[in-house]
Design a protein around this ligand. Structure first.
Ligand code: SF4
Length: 429
């Protein structure tokens, strides 16, 4: 942790001033989480955190004394402050001990504080119009069936809320999808294990009618390694894609997150109307991949996974294959790198490899979630993220690749992707 906001500013001035200053706060908040004062929740209407797939929180739900799991906003948008920050959207990951805290200032304006010092104004996301409608055929709130994130841009359809990589020997070691499920059920959140296609279509009808902000949807959930509802993974997930694209052709950009599939299933996905494919490779290092993603290693294997990512570019076009990596997890202790430069070099080797094939990976920001095997580690240092962002931006420019589609506009003040600053550092169009 840095002693004060001015130390953070000095770090940026001395070593990272080629990056937008906004990304310093964005990445630092994402890697550590954020706290809230009780008064921040009072007297406002805003979209709360829907827990769209993982907790992403630094503490268990049971440790949230203010009921932050029910009251916290999905995201915050910070702006202004002493450095005139451009509007910057940041996903909310709750950590009551974070040096970053949202409260109200002496003028009763919602503000962000760093170690008690006011650094920016804060907005909470508006409640989308479609959240306010009645859905007679839904048995769950709309925010559970078809939540929206990225300041209204992305409809996030977690149609299977568990993962069949199960237990410590198989689950990705940073991932709390199954722990999230157990915690949420305990608190009484109305979660659905497997969402029905009919309910998804009903929810999307409301979005179609009442919303013009969302531009993309993602079909996602845990891996299916045996069967789910009598179907294998491709059969299970593609049924949703085909049904949505048949009912709403071209209405939103269509994305899917799954394991890396072989050609036959990739072609079926294309036929089902999928436009953007996310076969997430999570961590690049050949030594760390089996340790951090033991299920992926056991059921598919790193080399096969990478080969399938490259193959999928032939089906979707390289710019539409966007594999994610969990930035920072390669520094998780005790398994990962101890030196920032080694970790950055490893991840950028992967970025360069994929970009040399025309494929732009993207990254999310690792935050150690308490119930995961790596949850007792410290987060990766801020310098890691700033060096990674610089390298990502430069490699992307060197291959003259297009801005990854399906994330809205790039650039500081415009990007809405909320779980890392990769879109904030790409040049505005
Ligand atoms: S594949 Fe890994 S990251 Fe994805 S849901 Fe399963 S355990 Fe989590």
């Amino acid at each position: 942790m840095f002693a004060s906001a001015s130390t953070l500013r000095k770090l940026w001035e001395d070593s990272f001033s080629d990056l937008p200053f906004e990304v310093v706060y964005k990445q630092d908040i994402l890697r550590q989480g954020i706290a809230f004062a009780e008064e921040a929740f009072r007297g406002q209407n805003y979209k709360t955190k829907d827990y769209f797939i993982f907790t992403f929180d630094r503490v268990p739900l049971s440790d949230m004394a203010l009921g932050e799991n029910w009251k916290a906003p999905e995201e915050i948008r910070i702006s202004g402050g002493p450095h005139g920050l451009l509007p910057t959207v940041i996903s909310v990951r709750i950590n009551p001990e974070s040096p970053y805290k949202v409260g109200v200032n002496t003028d009763h304006i919602l503000s962000l504080f760093y170690s008690g010092e006011e650094i920016a104004s804060v907005e909470f996301p508006p409640i989308p119009e479609y959240y306010k409608q009645n859905y007679p055929n839904l048995d769950k709130p709309i925010g559970e069936v078809a939540p929206v994130i990225e300041w209204g841009y992305l409809i996030y359809l977690t149609v299977f809320r568990n993962c069949q990589y199960f237990g410590k020997e198989e689950e990705c070691q940073y991932c709390d999808i199954n722990h999230n499920w157990r915690q949420q059920k305990k608190t009484g959140r109305p979660y659905t294990g497997v969402k029905s296609i009919e309910q998804i279509l009903e929810a999307l009808s409301g979005i179609d009618q009442y919303d013009s902000t969302a531009k993309a949807y993602t079909i996602t959930g845990g891996s299916v390694v045996t069967e789910l509802k009598g179907k294998n993974e491709a059969d299970f997930y593609l049924e949703y894609a085909a049904a949505i694209n048949a009912k709403f052709p071209g209405r939103w950009i269509s994305k899917i997150v799954t394991q890396a599939w072989e050609m036959e299933d990739l072609l079926r996905a294309k036929d089902a109307g999928v436009q953007i494919y996310h076969p997430n490779y999570e961590v690049w290092s050949p030594e760390l991949f089996p340790k951090i993603c033991p299920g992926k290693e056991r059921f598919i294997g790193r080399d096969t996974w990478i080969r399938r990512v490259i193959d999928s570019a032939k089906v979707f076009g390289p710019e539409n294959v966007i594999p994610n990596f969990v930035a920072g997890v390669e520094m998780a202790q005790p398994v990962g790198y101890r030196e920032v430069d080694e970790a950055v070099a490893s991840s950028l080797e992967g970025v360069d490899y994929f970009m040399s094939h025309g494929i732009s990976p993207r990254f999310t920001t690792w935050l150690p979630e308490p119930f995961t095997p790596l949850g007792q580690s410290e987060p990766a240092p801020l310098e890691y993220y700033l060096k990674l962002l610089r390298g990502y931006r430069d490699i992307h420019a060197s291959y003259r690749l297009p801005v990854p589609p399906g994330y809205g506009e790039p650039g500081p003040g415009k990007a809405v992707f909320s779980v890392s600053a990769f879109m904030d550092v790409l040049p505005a169009g």
